[in-house]
Write a protein that binds this ligand. Structure first.
Ligand SMILES: NC(=O)c1ccc[n+]([C@@H]2O[C@H](COP(=O)([O-])OP(=O)(O)OC[C@H]3O[C@@H](n4cnc5c(N)ncnc54)[C@H](OP(=O)(O)O)[C@@H]3O)[C@@H](O)[C@H]2O)c1
Length: 265
């Protein structure tokens, strides 16, 4: 699959920093004239910086920033977001391909142990941002771009398939989120008319604010040490390393829809 062949609608959440920023910049280098990139996160200034870099690299595409807190966003908010981003001049039918990268993610509380998590409110807030809201946006995206080819990417983690001490919220959320995308891929696989491809991409340990937060705040000394050592020895990946691998994986398209592909696979 060549990302530079079709007029593309591209939406990425968590594009203000870290992995999402890098993925937005690198993917947008590929897109053809009149493609549209939509960048979502809370930090308007972070999104503007990503936008400026994209425009410098590829002045032929249009970039919209949507500063938004996804903590409590629902289906209606996402319907509006998609409609506003597409706008009158474009219209969703004008695109040949629509790509969404569900990159947004938070760690949750890493200072407690699993046995201590008894606050339903905290569980529900965590799951809203990391699972429910992702599924709601995804569903609206599929509706909005019903006619064209759709590529749906979930940024997942090894934590979706393996438990790690102190990362109870994170592991549980990533597992649920990945299973949602696997169910989606399974259902689409038996629909001969489906035009949806799903990839669960696990970026490996990457040098971002999130991995620094694990290193600084985890209640598990071993996890702290592992991240500390990786950082000290410069073994932790850079956003650009994992982004290049991600684009290679996507373009080579050797995975089955719904697969979990890790940086180290
Ligand atoms: N770093 C790693 O080692 C690693 C490993 C495996 C998987 N991942 C996954 O990769 C993805 C990106 O992680 P990262 O390391 O790049 O983290 P990061 O540097 O903390 O970036 C997270 C992004 O999500 C946005 N975000 C957070 N809360 C939000 C909210 N309530 N509403 C809207 N946007 C919000 C942040 O922007 P604002 O703050 O501007 O809102 C930021 O753009 C996550 O899904 C993470 O689970 C990371």
């Amino acid at each position: 699959m060549d990302l530079s062949t079709k007029k593309t609608y591209f939406l990425i959440t968590g594009a203000s920093k870290g992995i999402g920023k890098c993925m937005a910049i690198e993917c947008c280098k590929k897109f053809v004239k009149n493609s549209l990139a939509v960048l979502v996160a809370r930090s308007a200034s972070g999104l503007e910086k990503t936008k400026n870099e994209i425009e410098q690299n590829n002045p032929q595409i249009k970039v919209k920033v949507i500063p938004m807190d996804l903590t409590k966003a629902n289906s209606n908010d996402y319907d509006n977001l998609l409609s506003d981003s597409v706008g009158n001049c474009f219209g969703s039918d004008n695109f040949e391909r629509a790509i969404i990268i569900h990159n947004v993610g938070s760690l949750g509380d890493v200072t407690c142990k699993a046995k201590d998590f008894n606050d339903n409110q905290k569980w529900s807030e965590y799951f809203h941002l990391n699972v429910f809201s992702v599924a709601a946006l995804n569903s609206q995206f599929i509706k909005k771009f019903s006619k064209c080819e759709k590529i749906i990417i979930n940024i997942t983690s090894k934590c979706a398939i393996e438990p790690f001490n102190s990362l109870t919220f994170y592991c549980s959320g990533k597992a649920a989120r990945e299973m949602y995308f696997r169910c989606l891929a399974n259902e689409e696989a038996i629909d001969s008319k489906s035009n949806i491809l799903v990839l669960n991409y696990s970026p490996g340990p990457v040098d971002t604010d999130m991995s620094l937060e694990i290193q600084n705040k985890s209640s598990d000394d071993n996890i702290k040490e592992v991240f500390g050592n990786m950082r000290a020895k410069k073994e932790i990946l850079t956003p650009i390393q994992t982004t290049k691998k991600f684009i290679d994986v996507l373009e080579a398209k050797k995975f089955k829809s719904g697969d979990h592909i890790d940086y180290f696979d």
